[in-house]
Design a protein around this ligand. Structure first.
Ligand code: FES
Length: 106
């Protein structure tokens, strides 16, 4: 107990605690599966990753225009959110299924 009251020892305890948290960060990387239909291509992605980037990695083409959520050129159908603009959508923390539409007018 006497050692804890000594300011010099207290400072060294704080430094030790800080360095432990840096050495062992509590980060867990969760990966999810994104299934693209109708080709039935499954791509592994990290939550928060842009949907367009994941689609591109899987060789899936989603048309784009404004890339700001206004023109709706990138509209796809998702199993959990319904119709969404792919350009402003990030991967959630659970598996996702995306139906790509093939609209010949775009
Ligand atoms: S590219 Fe225009 S809304 Fe997505």
């Amino acid at each position: 107990m006497k050692a804890l009251k000594d300011p010099a020892n207290r400072q060294s305890d704080l430094i030790t605690i800080h360095s432990r948290s840096v050495e062992h960060p509590l980060q867990v990387t969760i990966m999810v599966n994104v299934r693209f239909l109708p080709d039935d291509i499954v791509v592994t992605a990290a939550p928060g990753e842009p949907l367009l980037q994941v689609a591109r990695r899987g060789g899936q083409s989603i048309p784009t225009g404004c890339l700001r959520g206004s023109c709706h050129a990138c509209v796809v159908e998702s199993d959990c959110w319904g119709t969404i603009c792919a350009c402003i959508t990030a991967i959630p923390d659970h598996d996702l299924c995306i139906e790509l539409w093939n609209d010949p007018t775009w």
